[in-house]
Structure formats: structure tokens, C-alpha cells
Design a protein around this ligand. Structure first.
Ligand code: SAM
Length: 221
């Protein structure tokens, strides 16, 4: 799975995407992540990438041109690069937006099945000129009902969740919560843990080895 991220702040991704599960997935070429900065291609002589909003109001809006230039380059250049076997490239473009459709695991799963390349466009300031979504045919996606400072965190959340759906990333396919009965309430050793004079015990059903009862318990917790 190939992720392309259009962002003014690529350094924000360094720590999260270069550690743990995502680092391993990148090292094994199961996922591939590339960054593109509108500031590097803006034709504005002062390297500006934003301007005041039409109609007035506070804040600045990211200009369409540098983003569309990058998007065109990614789609054209990447399209020419062959994938292993006979797989054909299929792109999806996503504009991160607090007003967009809500991101879910079901969305992650179907996207990974259908597409080889996902382009994320991360907004900053008051957002992105709406013509970017029109021209690219992007889906507007939100990661929750709150407003973040920029789309970078939202893109990282989505890359994490999407990557879990890529074959081989979790190592053991049974690690996917959707593939098994899972509970939010998990325990590990020791079976009894004492804190400030009180003992906290693991529910006995989990230690007794009856898998039918364990599954029933997990459905409820
Ligand atoms: N008033 C703007 C709006 O409603 O789009 C808020 C812009 S916000 C300060 C800047 C950028 O952060 C957005 O363009 C978007 O890319 C990103 N963003 C903020 N909250 C988000 C969310 N919940 N989900 C996805 N992206 C978000």
C-alpha cells in the first residue's frame, strides 16, 4: 500500500511513522509513505502557500495551485511506476476535514482492498481552497467531532489504521480485532495485583481455560 502525504509540515510525521509497527511495515516494504510540501513548488516569489479568504473572515486559506501541482505530479509519475506482479495502480485522494465523512475501520478495510495508492491532503490554517477537492475528486474525511490545528495528526491516525489492514503488517492475522471476539478489558500476569493494601484479581473465567465461557465473557466486556 502506497501513501502519499501532501503537507506543509512533513517533519511532524518523523517520530510516529519511524517506530514500532509502522517502521517494521515500512522496512519490509509492506507500506510505503512519501511526503510532498506545497512550499517547495509554490510559484509565489515569497514562497507563500496561503492567502486571505474570499468573503472575509479570520485566518488564511491554503491556495489550490501548489497542491494541485503536487497532486498531478504524484498521480502522473506514480502511475508510470510499475507495481510487482500484474497489479494495476488505483488512486484515492482524501482531503482531511473536520466536516467530512467519519473515518471508520470499515472504511479502512474497504480502502485497502480497493486501492493501491492513497493521497492525503493535510489542511492548515482555516483549511484548503475548496477547488482542490473538486479537481482531485477527493473524499472529505474527518477523524472525529473536534477541530485539530492541522490534518497531519488525522493523516497519521488513518495511516496507522489503514496499515493494520494490509496483509502481513500485524504479523499474525488473528491480531485484527475484527477477525476475533475481542474485549476492551484485557489482563496479563500476575493474576493478583496489590496496590495500597487492596488486591485486584483477574476475572476467574479468564484463568480457567473454558474458551466458550471466555468468548461469552469477552462479548460482554
Ligand atoms: N474551520 C476549519 C474547517 O472547518 O475546516 C478548520 C480548519 S482546521 C484549524 C485546519 C485543518 O486541520 C483542516 O483543514 C483539516 O485538514 C485538519 N483537521 C482539523 N480537524 C480535523 C478532523 N477532526 N479530522 C480531519 N482533519 C481535521
Amino acid at each position: 500500500m502506497n501513501f502519499h502525504v501532501i503537507t506543509l509540515f512533513p517533519n511532524l510525521f518523523d517520530s510516529y511513522l519511524n517506530d514500532s509497527m509502522l517502521k517494521k511495515a515500512r522496512d519490509k516494504d509492506l507500506i510505503n509513505i512519501q511526503f510532498y510540501n506545497p512550499r517547495a513548488v509554490t510559484k509565489n516569489k515569497h514562497k507563500k502557500v496561503d492567502d486571505i479568504p474570499y468573503g472575509g473572515g479570520p485566518g488564511m486559506v491554503m491556495m489550490a495551485e501548489p497542491i494541485i501541482d503536487l497532486w498531478s505530479t504524484i498521480t502522473k509519475k506514480t502511475m508510470r511506476e510499475k507495481l510487482p506482479l500484474t497489479k494495476k495502480r488505483k488512486f484515492k485522494t482524501i482531503v482531511l476535514s473536520p466536516g467530512g465523512e467519519k473515518f471508520t475501520t470499515a472504511y479502512a478495510k474497504s480502502s485497502v482492498l480497493e486501492y493501491t495508492d492513497i493521497i492525503f491532503i493535510c489542511g492548515r490554517y482555516e483549511g484548503i481552497d475548496a477547488r482542490v477537492a473538486d479537481i482531485t475528486g477527493a473524499e472529505l474525511i474527518s477523524i472525529g467531532d473536534y477541530v485539530l490545528t492541522g490534518g497531519e495528526l488525522a493523516a497519521m491516525v488513518m495511516i496507522d489504521s489503514l496499515s493494520r489492514q494490509v496483509d502481513g503488517v500485524l504479523g499474525n492475522k488473528h491480531s485484527l480485532e475484527e477477525e476475533r471476539i475481542s474485549s476492551h478489558e484485557m489482563y496479563t500476569r500476575p493474576a493478583e495485583y496489590s496496590y495500597k493494601g487492596k488486591t485486584y484479581s483477574v476475572p476467574s473465567v479468564l484463568t480457567e481455560g473454558n474458551h466458550k465461557l471466555i468468548d461469552e465473557w469477552r462479548k460482554k466486556h
